[in-house]
Design a protein around this ligand. Structure first.
Ligand code: GDP
Length: 445
């Protein structure tokens, strides 16, 4: 699936990953190729535009950690953006079919895989959810289509509504409804007639049936290989009949998979399922993550980047530990660490990252070392001269007055800071000793 797109993006990122640093020009070049690749994959232009725009703003100026390359970082950003465009509401496979008998209207063009998908879903409802399902074909113009559904029903052990010659679609729908109620079915699925193109009669028929059964779900089946056409079909069906979800078929082929992207972005309808072959169990719940991974074909890199981002935090923590171990703790160190602590989610989360440190947390809180304090302390430190920061013991009365005034705080607060800095230095020294022997390293592996 999506091989063209995947290969193209793969080429772009291969070139990128060989470079050392990612400049704004690099981002632009890479995204130009991503843009071409998406357009060639038949993703519609407005979707491509907004996609590229948001990737560009995220890629430029994003932090690149030591253990990954800038190219890999861009892959991750493109991947995350794909997911965000592709995903819709949660629980994509949770259709509203709880009150029996729940009608499901299946609509779509002829040849889209509508009948096959009807059978696939019936089989899934039966086997996975233990539901009793009744299927009915409304394609009165094509007796072969009605036969086809009956045969599929036999194959999967799902009942089909007996065919009565000369009945119109609305009459069949009514009979299916009655039969579903009397027969104690949980779900009844109506496979409406397809046409090669959307025409007024087709739409009218589907609308009439809709008004009779009031479907809980109206699932549009579209051929995923037809690219932008698929999106046009979806838009039209949705305007005229109202669609609750989309099934993209033939996603097993190696055609242009851009339909999934545009479909989601333009129609706003959730893609519920993807068809992955002719066999009756070749259907899967649509999962944005999986599709995005397949589009990029770079799942490993994404995992790597995620790990690297976690490692970045660990690297920072380790650097802090090294300082603690040295017992070096002037105001510059304190300021840097205060800032890091805030970035990393505050004192509590930092304590949580260090094994054996939890028992010191009380002591640290007692010393007034909470998150608001962190910010005030930074303000005080900012108000000190370079020399004072490096040598806190220089802080005598007149200096104290000046520094406190500069931060808009009282001298008493500065005294607290100085006392805390000393206390912290002591605690940190103790922590540093505990941290020796790699306790921190082990815990984050
Ligand atoms: P309908 O006219 O919309 O009812 O289409 P059918 O259900 O008769 O399907 C048309 C053809 O497409 C059949 O040969 C199916 O086996 C095939 N088909 C349906 N879904 C898929 C799919 O997800 N992947 C592949 N490869 N073929 C499919």
């Amino acid at each position: 699936m999506f091989e063209n797109l995947s290969e193209r993006l793969g080429g772009v990122f291969d070139r990128l990953t060989k470079q050392g640093a990612l400049s704004a020009d690099d981002v632009k070049t890479a995204l130009r190729e991503v843009r071409v690749a998406l357009l060639e994959a038949d993703v519609s232009l407005p979707v491509v535009r907004s996609f590229i725009k948001s990737v560009e703003s995220k890629a430029t100026g994003s932090a690149v950690t030591k253990s990954i390359t800038p190219g890999q970082q861009v892959v991750k950003i493109v991947h995350d953006e794909l997911i965000s465009v592709l995903s819709g509401d949660e629980g994509d496979d949770r259709l509203k079919v709880d009150t029996p008998p729940a009608p499901i209207l299946m609509v779509g063009l002829q040849g889209s895989g509508k009948t096959t998908t009807t059978a696939k879903l019936a089989k899934r409802f039966k086997e996975r959810d233990g539901k009793r399902v009744l299927m009915a074909s409304l394609d009165v113009n094509r007796p072969a289509a009605m036969e086809q559904l009956a045969i599929l029903g036999q194959q999967i052990g799902v009942d089909t509504l007996p065919i009565v010659k000369g009945e119109d679609p609305v009459a069949i729908a009514k009979r299916a409804k009655t039969q579903a109620s009397l027969g104690g079915y949980d779900i009844y699925m109506l496979d409406t007639a397809g046409r090669l193109h959307i025409d007024a009669e087709l739409i009218q028929q589907a609308a009439d049936v809709r008004d009779v059964v009031n479907p809980r779900e109206t699932l549009l089946v579209v051929d995923g290989l037809t690219g932008q056409d698929a999106v046009n079909v979806a838009t039209e069906f949705d305007d005229k009949i109202g669609v609750s979800g989309v099934v993209l078929t033939r996603m097993d082929g190696d055609g242009r998979g851009g339909a999934a992207l545009s479909m989601r972005a333009i129609t706003g309808k959730p893609i519920r399922f993807v068809g992955l072959g002719e066999k009756l169990d070749a259907i899967e719940t649509f999962e944005a993550e999986r599709i995005a991974g397949r589009i990029l074909g770079m799942g490993d890199i994404v995992a790597l980047v995620e790990k690297a981002q976690a490692t970045l935090e660990v690297e920072q923590a380790e650097r802090m530990m090294k300082r603690f171990q040295k017992g070096r703790f002037n105001m510059n160190d304190l300021k840097m660490q205060l800032e890091q602590m805030i970035k990393m989610g505050g004192m509590d989360s930092l304590m949580g990252m260090m094994p054996g440190m939890a028992k010191h947390a009380g002591k640290i809180k007692e010393a007034g070392f909470d998150d608001i304090m962190l910010r005030r302390q930074i303000a005080l430190i900012n108000s000190m001269t370079k020399k004072e920061r490096a040598n806190p013991e220089l802080m005598q009365a007149s200096r104290k007055k000046r520094v406190a005034k500069g931060a808009g705080l009282e001298v008493s607060e500065l005294n607290k800071l100085l006392k805390q800095q000393k206390q912290m230095a002591d605690v940190m020294k103790k922590m540093g000793k505990m941290g020796k022997g790699g306790a921190l390293k082990q815990a984050v592996k």
